[in-house]
Unconditional design. Structure first.
Length: 94
């Protein structure tokens, strides 16, 4: 019984911790779609001086110069061959 209580408590703490982390990394992102011809090429959202690389971009948004607005979660745990930008996962498009 004591082990079950410990396991349930640990799972609860992990879930709460994950929600806090995701909440801190979630943001609204507005910018312009651009195709970056670096390391094989990729689509990115240019917002101010920052470049964001969506991991789950729909084909309808792959248009040079298209102004987009997304709710995203930054993914600092992801790395790739692209030499610039922050990876983001699109949660919702506006």
């Amino acid at each position: 019984m004591k082990n079950k209580t410990i396991v349930v408590s640990l799972v609860f703490l992990l879930l709460i911790g994950g929600a806090v982390i995701a909440g801190n990394l979630m943001r609204d992102l507005t910018g312009t779609m651009t195709y970056v011809e670096l390391e094989g090429g990729f689509w990115a959202v240019e917002s101010g001086d920052e470049l964001y690389i969506p991991t789950n971009l729909d084909d309808e948004y792959m248009k040079e110069g298209l102004v987009v607005s997304f709710k995203v979660v930054e993914r600092p745990d992801m790395v790739g061959i692209h030499m610039s930008g922050t990876y983001v996962e699109i949660i919702d498009s506006k």
